[in-house]
Design a protein around this ligand. Sequence first.
Ligand SMILES: [Cu+2]
Ligand SMILES: [Zn+2]
Length: 201
Amino acid sequence: MIKTLIFLASAAVIAVAGTDEVVNGAIALLSGTGVTGNVTFVDQADGKVRVTGRIVGLLAGEYGFHVHQKGDITGGCASTLSHFNPYGKQHGHPEDENRHVGDLGNIHFDETGTANINFVDSMIKLSGPSSIIGRGLVLHERNDDYGRSLHPDSKTTGNAGGRVACGVIGILDSRNNGNKAASAFVLIATLAFSIVFSFML
Ligand SMILES: [Cu+2]
Ligand SMILES: [Zn+2]
């Protein structure tokens, strides 16, 4: 009887734990006039976030790429407001200490009008105060000068100009990045442990 109760209690704990979703991936569909693409953000074991994706539709060159405050595109990309900056810092380069959390630098488009994105960022997060979930992702018409020029907008926006495409960063279906397998493994291991433990009593 006790064994059955312990087994049922363990099963209940597992069931509850299973509903507590851990977000470790995010995705944004970017769209603008003639510009489309998608960008994925996935937590790495070292605490950094890997950013991958593909955007098409701009001439070869460098274009400013940022996470903006709001995931609101009701009035176009303007509704995403300014750069996501939860710690009141200045605009900067992605590797600067003093930067907005949303400062992802520039995206390179090649001669075919395609940007293949693959880099790691140490400041954006998928949970906590630096979480980018639900915020806006914006691609600009010019390159970001990383706050290093004398232009009056340099220290706030990198003087990257207008917004050519944007999207909302949402929670990624974890089946898209292999984390489903990891959580299934934890679930099976916990279940096996509870069975063994209940037989020991
Ligand atoms: Cu921006
Ligand atoms: Zn910025």
